[in-house]
Design a protein around this ligand. Structure first.
Ligand SMILES: Cc1cc2nc3c(=O)[nH]c(=O)nc-3n(C[C@H](O)[C@H](O)[C@H](O)COP(=O)(O)OP(=O)(O)OC[C@H]3O[C@@H](n4cnc5c(N)ncnc54)[C@H](O)[C@@H]3O)c2cc1C
Length: 373
């Protein structure tokens, strides 16, 4: 039987919306391209900090805040250095942070386990969405199947835009690796971030005690295709990164780049322009999370904004009921646009500061409210 609402994508925003509709007794189906929950768990890594006024507010409404608190880490420290490894800022932790960290995988599991298994349809990669003559919506999948009769389709499937400027490489260092102590010396129980010379080197502790390494460089998107052979060869890629981008880095950074375990995953970063946040409401369809307002991750709020979208959309759906979904979408989008513009703008500014030649000082001055002009 067709449910009134289809949610496309089982990331944080799609799953949070599913859970919020679940607790409000509104029927929905989530369609996800990943083949299974197991495969989904392996996708992407690192940790996310979940904020009180947004991500945690959504979890509270979803009845998941206590469970979240039991697995979140409240003792993560943040260390910011320049490209030589000189410490520029340390934010210690008193154990009472309002931005606790959780592994990306654990957040997805928390949300996924909170909705009935039958509500998530795996291996359903969406190709397009169509409006039918009777006003209902149908979803077409790449496997050739079509699901029809929805009153509202919510895109929660991430997004791509034309603004492309940066490539990140990510790798994982195993806790049993000989490098574990080096990673621990840098990041301790939290995050170590080194910026400068238009590069980023970051180490994060994950919930299981292992460390996750992120390297960021400001490159044109064409860099990947221009180096197509090298990027497929982990050893050659590490050599290239060390030679061309991290040659002047502290030895401990270079050791971690050279000897970290696991493949380097390429993760090009994209962002929508803030001006895109003003579309006319289209009856029967709306967007949440990155699909609505993809931004670079330099203010660490993407997942919080995404789950807050889910909260505001679910509240409007409950308020207007299934008979008033058009009004619900209109009201939700009015609330979402200014938050999205703020997120995209602040993250773009942050990226400029963090990838400036003198980074991270411009960012620190801005963070401290000091005018650097
Ligand atoms: C390197 C990096 C670091 C980040 N760090 C932080 C951080 O510290 N803090 C923070 O708040 N945010 C961070 N973010 C941003 C955060 O990850 C995103 O904002 C968040 O994941 C958005 O959730 P979402 O559910 O909207 O989209 P996604 O997490 O992208 O989920 C989309 C889902 O849709 C599925 N999907 C995609 N296409 C289709 C299709 N065609 N059909 C069906 N399903 C589909 C995907 O498989 C996925 O499950 C970071 C992002 C990056 C890239």
């Amino acid at each position: 039987m067709t449910t009134p609402i289809a949610i496309l994508g089982a990331g944080p925003s799609g799953l949070a919306l599913g859970r919020l509709l679940e607790v409000s007794n509104i029927d929905y189906t989530i369609f996800e391209r990943d083949e299974s929950a197991v495969l989904a768990a392996g996708r992407g890594g690192g940790t996310l900090d979940v904020h009180t006024g947004s991500g945690q507010a959504a979890l509270q409404e979803a009845g998941l805040l206590e469970q979240f608190k039991s697995i979140a880490r409240y003792d993560a420290t943040n260390t910011l250095t320049d490209s030589t490894g000189k410490i520029c800022l340390e934010m210690g932790d008193d154990g009472e942070q309002d931005r606790p960290e959780i592994d990306r995988k654990d957040l997805r599991d928390l949300l996924l386990n909170s909705v009935p298994a039958a509500k998530v349809r795996w291996a359903k990669k969406v190709q397009c969405v169509q409006k039918e003559n009777d006003g209902s919506m149908s979803v077409h999948f790449t496997d050739g199947t079509i699901e029809s009769g929805f009153q509202l389709v919510v895109g929660a499937d991430g997004a791509w835009s034309n603004v492309r400027s940066m490539v990140s490489f990510l790798a994982a260092a195993d806790p049993h690796s000989q490098l574990h102590s080096s990673a621990a010396a840098l990041a301790g129980k939290g995050n170590y971030m080194s910026f400068g010379a238009r590069r980023q080197f970051a180490v994060q502790m994950l919930g299981d005690g292992s460390y996750y390494l992120t390297l960021g460089m400001h490159l044109p998107e064409s860099w990947i295709s221009e180096n197509a052979t090298i990027v497929k060869d982990p050893t050659a890629l590490r050599q290239l990164l060390l030679r061309d981008y991290f040659d002047a880095s502290p030895q401990v950074h270079k050791d971690l780049i050279q000897h970290s375990d696991g493949d380097l995953r390429l993760w090009p970063l994209y962002a929508l322009p803030a001006e895109a946040m003003a579309w006319q409401t289209v009856p029967g369809v709306t967007l949440i999370g990155d699909a609505a307002h993809l931004s670079t991750p330099f203010v660490g709020e993407g997942v919080n904004c995404a789950m807050y979208d889910s909260l505001q959309l679910s509240q409007q759906i409950v308020k207007h009921g299934l008979g008033g979904l058009g009004h619900a979408v209109e009201e939700y989008e009015k609330l979402m646009f200014p938050r999205a513009i703020d997120l995209i703008t602040r993250s773009a500014t942050s990226a400029e500061y963090l990838f400036a030649p003198d980074a991270p000082w411009g960012w620190i001055k801005s963070f401290a409210g000091i005018d650097s002009a």
